[in-house]
Design a protein around this ligand. Structure first.
Ligand code: ADP
Ligand code: MG
Length: 263
């Protein structure tokens, strides 16, 4: 559906990036508008996580070409924490553990940092507690999470749910979820998908990086892109994910999609 009021949130043009002198991203073009959900699929090693990390500002990567505009500003010149404050959120493939720091403290600090940037009121611990519990109810999450150390001893599914909670609290303009579905049982997958669907609205956008089409049964993307050797080589609608599920990835090089995806 075309929304005439949508605005461009992310504009990536000819993006190239290297690590240790090896070029991984070889000219990525991608435009993401408000209200859109994009899925980026591709075989292991095609550069999906690299793309997500480069957008988030990971210091290991050297940008060797191209441009990235985020809400009309040059994203590449912002340090990672400024990107987060500007409304970019990356849920990692492997969330970190922070022993000794209670989840609720961590979440409140992250929340208040973003609130300050937006010129809004910070919440004190009691106010934050009410607020976060409300969000957790929405996401069908167990409040026990709050008192435990950040991700310590969390199961894979719990870590992913916790990331969705962070996302719900921070209300990012662009959320990038890297393989948020990997290692999840069906209940956790549904909770995560439900959370993403609750958060997505016409003013923000989501990029789902995923190897499998399974997550896309629950989160319906507007666009599906195939990444191969550091480039987006094909773009289609949600049907493309199903086509990849049944036909695999080999045919993509022939450029002949049954579902009308464009190479
Ligand atoms: P994906 O997420 O699609 O599986 P990645 O972005 O993780 O792919 O990896 C893309 C490519 O980058 C792979 O070929 C991988 O071997 C290479 N790569 C990742 N990290 C490094 C590194 N530190 N040094 C050299 N090559 C790397
Ligand atoms: Mg990856």
């Amino acid at each position: 559906m075309i929304d005439r009021n949508s605005r461009t949130i992310l504009s990536v043009q000819g993006l190239r990036a290297s690590i240790n002198g090896t070029e991984i991203l070889k000219g990525i073009d991608l435009t993401v508008k408000s209200g859109e959900i994009h899925a980026i699929m591709g075989l292991n090693g095609s550069g999906k996580s690299t793309f997500a990390k480069v957008l988030a500002g990971h210091s290991a990567y050297e940008i060797t070409g191209g441009s990235v505009q985020f809400e009309g500003n040059n994203l590449l010149e912002l340090p990672p924490e400024e990107r987060a404050r500007a409304g970019l959120f990356l849920a990692f493939q492997y969330p970190i553990e922070i022993p000794g720091v209670a989840n609720t403290q961590f979440l409140r600090l992250a929340y208040n940092t973003v609130q300050t940037k937006r010129g809004k009121e910070e919440l004190d611990p009691l106010e934050f507690d009410d607020f976060v519990r409300e969000k957790m109810k929405l996401l069908e999450m167990n409040p026990d999470f709050l008192d435990r150390s950040v991700n310590e001893g969390f199961s894979g599914g719990e870590k992913k749910r916790n990331e969705i909670l962070q996302m719900a609290l921070l209300e990012p303009t662009l959320s990038i979820l890297d393989e948020t579905d990997s290692g999840l049982d069906i209940d956790a997958l549904k909770t995560v998908a439900n959370g993403v669907n609750q958060i997505a609205n016409k003013n923000n956008a989501t990029i789902l990086v995923t190897h499998y089409q399974r997550l896309l049964d629950y989160i319906v993307p507007d666009y599906v892109h195939v990444m191969q050797a550091g480039r987006i080589v094909m773009t289609g609608g949600k049907e493309l994910a199903l086509e990849l599920e049944t036909r695999g990835y080999d045919w993509v090089n022939t450029g002949k999609s049954i579902t009308g995806a464009i190479a």
